[in-house]
Structure formats: structure tokens, C-alpha cells
Design a binder for this molecule. Structure first.
Ligand code: C2E
Ligand code: CA
Ligand code: CA
Ligand code: CA
Length: 279
């Protein structure tokens, strides 16, 4: 028994050691990633459910590193948040997305919007609004073409301070959406207190549509509440015709998911827009 115990300990110990050194390697690489230009943005189109036109796109960050290969955002974003590296990364994301949406406008799609995922740590900085203002000024983008995706957990704490911040962002002309709706706080009271434009139903709800038992009461309720509060509704993670038809029937405003396309680089998106227009 004693020796197994020891082996277990050693096994556990090496695993832990490997995990730690992996994290350390990732952190070392992450510190150099911006200056080495290892990040790029991919874009996933957002389709207007009633007209079938592409009205927007979500910017999704990608990291390709020589030693680590392609690292998923789910792995490096938490590390970037822990180390504070997310702040310059987030500023880079916002700037690049603004430059890219301007480029899309110049390609003849004047009404395209870009949705940008905002990091909690960045949002909570006192200087957040100032840094956004600086980016809008430098890139000279039309702020009405830019939407910030915030999560419920970001907008719930310090509600008063948060409202002030959101009001300032609205005054800059930006649009605001709640991402991953339904997965965070159960309170709905913030929805009509905060100056929001859009509510994004989390893909975990969408993936249930057309599977197992056909209970879609939660999805239907979310859409109804959002519309009562004059918010637009986006469904993310739409993967099937069945889901699309359900969402159209329920008057969901906007659709995003693999059923349309996976996230793609800007050049591919421009081609995609051309093909989509002709269909
Ligand atoms: P999210 O904001 O909820 O983004 C949606 C995720 O779902 C993306 O994963 C997207 O590629 C994926 N997705 C899109 N359509 C489908 C579908 O039909 N089925 C399924 N199963 N998945 C779909 P991704 O790109 O790996 O990003 C993961 C998360 O990382 C994002 O979740 C977001 O929280 C974060 N993230 C990504 N880019 C950024 C960024 O630029 N800044 C910040 N702060 N966070 C980011
Ligand atoms: Ca998002
Ligand atoms: Ca989401
Ligand atoms: Ca998510």
C-alpha cells in the first residue's frame, strides 16, 4: 500500500509539474506574442433572420505560436487575464477590429457592424472608456458600426459604476450587447436598467433545439423578454436548418453559427460577402 501511495504521489507530482511548466512556457510566449505579431482576428458573419442579409460579424481572436502551435482562446485568455497581459491584447483587438470593419465598409458593405468581445479585466480598468475613446479617434471608425459584447458577470457587480461606464460608451455612439445570456446571473433586473442594444442567447441553449425532448420554452421566453425590453436578439452557435427555422419562427433577429460559416480571416470574409450577396 505504501509503494502505491508513493507512485500515486510521484505520478501526481510529475503531472502537476508538467502542467506548471506548460503554463510557464505559455506565459513566456504570451508576453512576446503581441510584438511578434502572433495574433490575428477571424470573423464570423451575423445574418439578419428576416432579410437573410449579413449585417455584422463577430471578431474572434486567434493565437499562433511557433512552439505551442494554435492555442485556443479558452486556454490563453484566462492566462492573459491572470497576468494582466489581456489589456494590451484587448486594445490591439479593438483597434484591429475597427480598422477591419472600415475596410469592409470601403469594400462596399457600408452597413456592416463588428462585434468585439470585451475582457472583464480591461472593462474594469478606470481608464477603459478613455482607452476606447483613443482607439475610436485613432482609427476614425464610425462608432455606430461597433458593438461591444459584455458578459453578465461583468455588468452585475458595482452596478452604479457600471451604469456610468455603459452610459459613457453609449455616448461615444457604440452599441452594447450581453454575451452568453442565460449562463450567468439569474437576475433579469439589470436588463432594463442598463443601456443595452442586444442580447446574445448562449449557444448552450441553441444546441438543445431540435434534440432530445423538444422543450424550447426557455429559448422562447428569452426572445419574448428581450423584445419586450426593445433589445435585439442574436442566437449564436446555430448549426442546423432545424434550429434556424425555429429561430425564424420565434422572430429571433440575428443568427450566427457554423450553419452559416465558421469564423474566417478578413480576406475570406470579403469573398464570402460577395458570394452571399449573389445568392
Ligand atoms: P464567445 O464570445 O461566446 O464566442 C463564441 C464561440 O463559439 C467562438 O469560439 C466561436 O468560434 C464558437 N462558435 C461559433 N459558431 C459556433 C457553432 O455553430 N457551434 C459551436 N459549437 N461553436 C461555435 P472561440 O473563437 O473559440 O472563442 C471562445 C471564447 O473566447 C469566446 O466565446 C470569447 O469568450 C473568448 N474570446 C474570443 N475572442 C476574444 C477576444 O478577442 N477578446 C476576448 N476578451 N475574448 C475573446
Ligand atoms: Ca462573444
Ligand atoms: Ca457567446
Ligand atoms: Ca461563450
Amino acid at each position: 500500500a505504501k509503494s502505491t501511495g508513493k507512485n500515486h504521489y510521484e505520478l501526481y507530482h510529475t503531472d502537476m509539474h508538467q502542467d506548471e511548466s506548460k503554463q510557464m512556457l505559455m506565459e513566456i510566449q504570451l508576453r512576446k506574442a503581441l510584438e511578434r505579431k502572433e495574433f490575428h482576428l477571424t470573423y464570423q458573419p451575423i445574418v439578419d433572420a428576416s432579410t437573410g442579409m449579413i449585417s455584422g460579424m463577430e471578431a474572434l481572436l486567434r493565437w499562433n505560436n511557433d512552439e505551442l502551435g494554435n492555442v485556443l482562446p479558452e486556454r490563453f485568455i484566462p492566462l492573459a487575464e491572470e497576468t494582466g497581459l489581456i489589456i494590451p491584447i484587448s486594445e490591439w483587438v479593438i483597434s484591429q477590429a475597427c480598422v477591419d470593419v472600415k475596410n469592409i465598409h470601403l469594400n462596399g458593405y457600408a452597413n456592416m457592424q463588428v462585434s468585439i468581445n470585451i475582457s472583464a479585466l480591461h472593462f474594469n480598468q478606470e481608464s477603459f472608456v478613455k482607452s476606447v475613446e483613443a482607439i475610436l479617434f485613432t482609427t476614425n471608425v464610425n462608432p455606430r458600426a461597433v458593438e461591444f459584447e459584455l458578459t453578465e458577470s461583468m455588468i452585475m457587480p458595482n452596478a452604479i459604476e457600471t451604469i456610468h461606464k455603459l452610459v459613457k460608451l453609449k455616448k461615444l455612439g457604440l452599441k452594447l450587447s450581453v454575451d452568453d445570456f442565460g449562463t450567468g446571473y439569474s437576475s433579469l433586473s439589470y436588463l432594463n436598467r442598463f443601456p443595452l442594444d442586444t442580447l446574445k442567447i448562449d449557444k448552450s441553449f441553441i444546441s438543445k433545439i431540435g434534440r432530445y425532448q423538444d422543450d424550447t420554452s426557455i429559448e422562447e421566453a428569452i426572445i419574448t423578454i428581450a423584445h419586450r425590453l426593445h433589445l435585439k436578439v442574436i442566437a449564436e452557435g446555430v448549426e442546423s436548418k432545424k434550429q434556424l427555422n425555429f429561430l425564424k419562427r420565434e422572430k429571433c433577429d440575428l443568427i450566427q453559427g457554423y450553419y452559416i460559416t465558421r469564423p474566417i480571416p478578413l480576406e475570406e470574409l470579403i469573398d464570402f460577402l460577395g458570394i452571399w450577396d449573389k445568392e
